[in-house]
Design a protein around this ligand. Structure first.
Ligand code: AMP
Ligand code: GLY
Length: 430
């Protein structure tokens, strides 16, 4: 098989690396890819801009000329711009929902309306396009409260406001255009407490197959403090998600979502990612849906996957998921992100990275996110630079391997949280 992977992050490096473990996969083309995918054997990068609709036709032409069997869309932005629709018009096989399906992530108001229609447990909410009305609502309601820009805002559109002043500031920012059109509609939500878990499920619009559960650490600082990031580390499985809870998530959330999408005429094929809050009462509630694999969660999930990834994604894309079971290796997987100093704020780029081979020789897998090549050597090029990952018989053993491997890796200003997995590790700190 020849496969295209769209995207340039740790998620896409993890997908490409996993695909290439299979003898069924001859060649992978990453568009645009990163420094990690550029160095994989049987893999090449193709530098096209995936955030521009006018490039989608070029991708389709390339795929037809090169007899590509499957195109996997990594990030949400091209999905929201309709890349799947364009490629499918050329009769290409695509893993990733249509533009209509991607609204589940691209419009929080749309997702909330769908959840309401399907009676899916989630935070109570109100939607506003008018600032004075939003302000009046916040002033008359309970604090804490959560303010969300409706559209895609690179993970920065959510404010969990612990005071009225913070809530009002978040409204001013959104309505003053900080998030562009994405913030002109604002969703105001009830504040939920509990523990978060990520459920990434494959679906072909009929059958839904959840992957093993995962937990992410979104905040930059240890003890889950400071600003939100794309995710500073993850592990799988999440012991919090017991088989009973998993069954409830399936029945109460995933199945009704797919059914309701279908009712709206959307055959959703790709990943349905449910970001969940497990309340202190043990009930799962949806915080948000995403239309793609979570990153870094997928970096902690793929090393445990036993079924060949290309088989699963191809079956999903073709509507044949009912015939596919998913099997997993035993044990646990841990992923810790090595980030650039300053992230999620401003950071410098271009620093040489050393020690990746040494870390891998110690049994870790190093997924590259914000890297590029300079004179054939990896240098930093993004906020989240690497996802250092390892499998172990237990979460403790997996994290031990990861933190040992990280000690071998260097680049100027490297930052890692030392407490990733604190909920599942016996020894919370090194
Ligand atoms: P989102 O981008 O919607 O995943 O939100 C980012 C983060 O904000 C989530 O991972 C949660 O930690 C937090 N969050 C979002 N919505 C709520 C809510 N209704 N109650 C409490 N925390 C929330
Ligand atoms: N790790 C969170 C996300 O991918 O949205």
């Amino acid at each position: 098989m020849k496969i295209i992977v769209i995207g340039s992050g740790g998620r896409e490096h993890a997908i490409a690396k996993t695909l290439l473990q299979s003898s069924q996969v001859q060649h992978v083309i990453c568009i645009p890819g990163n420094g990690g995918t550029a160095r994989l054997k049987r893999c090449e990068n193709l530098p096209l801009n995936i955030d521009q609709v006018d490039q989608f036709e070029a991708i389709a032409e390339y795929a037809k000329t090169h007899a590509i069997d499957l195109i996997i869309i990594g990030p949400e932005a091209p999905l929201a711009l309709g890349i799947t629709d364009v490629l499918q018009r050329h009769n290409l096989t695509v893993f990733g929902p249509s533009q209509a399906g991607a609204q589940i992530e691209a419009s929080k108001a749309w997702a909330k309306a769908l959840m309401s229609e399907a009676s899916i447990p989630t935070a109570a909410c109100a939607v506003f396009t008018d600032e004075p009305a939003a302000r009046a609502y916040v002033q008359s309601g309970k604090i804490p409260i959560v303010i969300k820009a409706d559209g895609l805002a690179s993970g920065k559109g959510v404010t969990v406001a612990m005071t009225l002043a913070e809530a009002e500031e978040a409204l001013s920012e959104a309505f003053s255009g900080k998030f562009g059109a994405a913030g002109q509609t604002v969703v105001i939500e009830e504040y939920l407490t509990g523990q978060e878990a990520s459920i990434l499920a494959l679906t072909d619009g009929e059958t839904i197959r959840p992957l093993i559960s995962a937990q992410d650490h979104k905040r930059i600082g240890e003890g889950d403090t400071g600003p939100n990031t794309g995710g500073m580390g993850a592990y799988a499985p999440a012991p919090l998600v017991t088989p009973e809870l998993s069954d409830r998530i399936n029945q109460e959330i995933l199945i009704p979502t797919i059914k309701t999408l279908k009712k709206r005429g959307i055959t959703y094929r790709g990943v349905l990612y449910a970001g969940l809050m497990i309340t202190p009462e043990g009930d799962p509630k949806v915080i948000e849906f995403n239309c793609r694999f979570g990153d870094p969660e997928i970096q902690a999930i793929l090393p445990l996957l036993e079924t060949p990834l290309e088989t699963l994604l191809l079956a999903t894309a073709k509507g044949e998921l009912a015939q596919q079971e998913i099997t997993w290796k035993p044990g646990a997987c841990a992923c810790v992100v090595a980030a650039s100093e300053g992230y999620p704020g401003d950071f410098a780029k271009g620093f040489p990275i050393t020690g990746i081979e040494l870390a891998e020789a110690q049994g870790a897998i190093v997924f590259e996110a914000g890297t590029s090549l300079k004179d054939n050597h990896p240098v930093t090029s993004g906020g989240r630079v690497l996802g250092v990952t390892a499998v172990g018989a237990t979460h403790d053993l997996a994290f031990e391997k990861v933190y040992q491997a990280i000690a071998s890796i260097h680049f100027q200003g490297i930052y890692t949280r030392r407490d990733i997995g604190h909920r599942v590790r016996q020894k919370p700190k090194e």
